[in-house]
Design a binder for this molecule. Structure first.
Ligand SMILES: [Zn+2]
Length: 280
């Protein structure tokens, strides 16, 4: 039980032919739900947050304390990860404050700039004995944003990127989007197979929400070991809030989050089970 380096948990998962869910954290209610779901499934889980999510909670140290509390309360194995760190200062801040993994996302920059920033982030992470995730290719979208700047991972760049950056976990762009899909989701599984044949670095899929489970299972079989889930649990949580607004009076504010917590926890449990069912 406790918080571990994310790459350690991912390598274990890979040896069991499963993937771990990485769930976005925004408050203590949703963090407790993720911990409960992990305990119910007896499967490790990754708590992750972007600066936009942890700043309103009081910063990285506040999030670490919260996550640590629920990890101990439910006796689970977990990692705490910075999702989409945008600057080396954010990486440093999380490394100093108890995160066990960080992402530096320079995937929108050119290859050389991505290498330079990811290598610098790896140095910070490794000095703190935590893992670094970086992204090659660019998964775009989110909140109905434009998909135009999405770029698939180029296999010819993968080996050089991993060698020069010393990244521990590699996020790849194989057809997922952040947020809601506009068209029909179609993962480029041949591309994933090619990337997985080039490196043994654990591979990460951003934008897991809304991707058909048969495609996710094929991706897990080919090497995806971490699947990021944000939109699906947000939607479950907000559906619970809507239910509470429709049925509760303001004087019952203490019960306000109950339906949201229940729906989000159930959704998280469902996703963890789907990802940890060994794919034949
Ligand atoms: Zn992402």
């Amino acid at each position: 039980m406790g918080l571990y380096r994310m790459d350690t948990l991912l390598r274990q998962a890979r040896s069991q032919k499963i993937a771990l869910g990485a769930f976005e954290c925004w408050d203590s209610i949703n963090i407790q739900g993720i911990a409960k779901a992990s305990a119910a499934c007896k499967t490790p889980v990754i708590f992750q947050a972007t600066p936009m999510e942890y700043e309103p909670m009081g910063g990285p140290a506040a999030l670490t304390n919260m996550v640590q509390f629920y990890v101990e309360k439910y006796g689970i194995d977990a990692a705490l990860h910075l999702d989409h760190g945008g600057t080396l200062e954010q990486v440093e801040d999380c490394a100093r404050n108890g995160f066990t993994s960080v992402m530096l996302d320079a995937s929108a920059a050119c290859f050389e700039e991505n290498v330079r920033l990811s290598a610098a982030a790896a140095e910070i992470a490794h000095a703190a004995n935590i893992s670094l995730e970086a992204e090659l290719g660019h998964v775009t979208g989110g909140d109905g944003g434009e998909d135009a700047d999405s770029a698939l991972t180029v296999p010819a760049e993968v080996v050089e990127f991993v060698r020069r950056t010393k990244v521990d976990c590699l996020a790849v762009s194989i057809g997922t989007v952040h947020g809601e899909y506009r068209g029909k989701p179609e993962l480029h599984l041949d591309l994933l197979a090619e990337i997985a044949s080039l490196v043994d670095t654990p591979l990460v899929l951003h934008g897991g929400s809304g991707t058909p489970i048969d495609q996710l299972h094929k991706a897990i079989k080919l090497g995806i070991t971490k699947i990021n889930i944000c939109t699906d649990i947000h939607k479950a949580f907000l559906a619970g809030i809507a239910e509470a607004q429709a049925t509760l009076t303001p004087s019952l504010a203490g019960n306000f989050y109950r339906p949201a917590a229940a729906k989000m926890t159930a959704k998280t449990e469902e996703m963890i089970r789907l990802f940890s069912t060994e794919v034949k």
